[in-house]
Write a protein that binds this ligand. Sequence first.
Ligand SMILES: O=C(O)c1cc(=O)[nH]c(=O)n1[C@@H]1O[C@H](COP(=O)(O)O)[C@@H](O)[C@H]1O
Length: 270
Amino acid sequence: MTYEQLAGQIREKSSYLCVGLDTALDKIPQYLLKEKDPVFEFNKQIIDATIDYAVAYKPNIAFYEALGPSGWESLQKTIDYLPKEVFTIADAKRGDIGNTSNMYAKAFFENMHFDSITVAPYMGSDSVEPFLTFKDKWVILLALTSNTGAQDFQFEELANQKPLYQKVIEQSQNWGNYENMMYVIGATRNEQFEHIRKLIPNHFLLVPGVGAQGGSLKDISKIGLNNNGGLLVNSSRGIIYASTEKDFAHVAGQKAKELQEEMKIYLNEL
Ligand SMILES: O=C(O)c1cc(=O)[nH]c(=O)n1[C@@H]1O[C@H](COP(=O)(O)O)[C@@H](O)[C@H]1O
């Protein structure tokens, strides 16, 4: 998917919502377990209920890998079920020597047909660049993550007094551009958000951490939105497990709608 196509979807749906498909067998309504493929059945109903309000879907690959071959099958069925105009994110957090990254890229871009993949930056340029050679595919580079462990390395001050996450952002400008690279910035990183937006005014930012992790949609939207939207705000558990009863899809739809309606207000204020 191109930058323009994604920006167009955001305009059309008045939404920059990404639904996280972190689907776990012990969390989904237990009556679904009698289905042949409970994970796909759950995802299908979640997608049907949220598709009018979301521009992106992000299955976290760990939840599928954990199930072995059947998990990969459920994942592929989910990706194939999604309409072409939604942006798909393989949340796989990959990155290895170039030769190996190229194989990860083939797996997720060519084989599974994802639009994008999350990538860890710490093995450097040759671990990221293979992902950037695929036309209309995207790298989403971890810059400043939402978890508490982000303190361990990402805020480390370098000799030039800049934090490590800033170095990641600045150096990676040599690898890709706003049309094939996005950055992960956690919704819990309010204090750093404004500075980061100034460093990369045109890039899309994938922002997880709204909902279950307590990030504020309002705060990050006020700082992070640009003229083309420029944000993909993810909520996983806050949407897909809002109800664990028979009405789970309906309630997920309601949650997605609430977020979309709030997003529409912020988009109209631009
Ligand atoms: O790359 C990610 O998506 C990610 C980065 C980050 O900094 N924090 C973060 O929570 N995530 C992912 O975003 C999702 C957040 O899920 P919820 O907290 O349930 O909304 C999970 O799939 C996480 O793995």
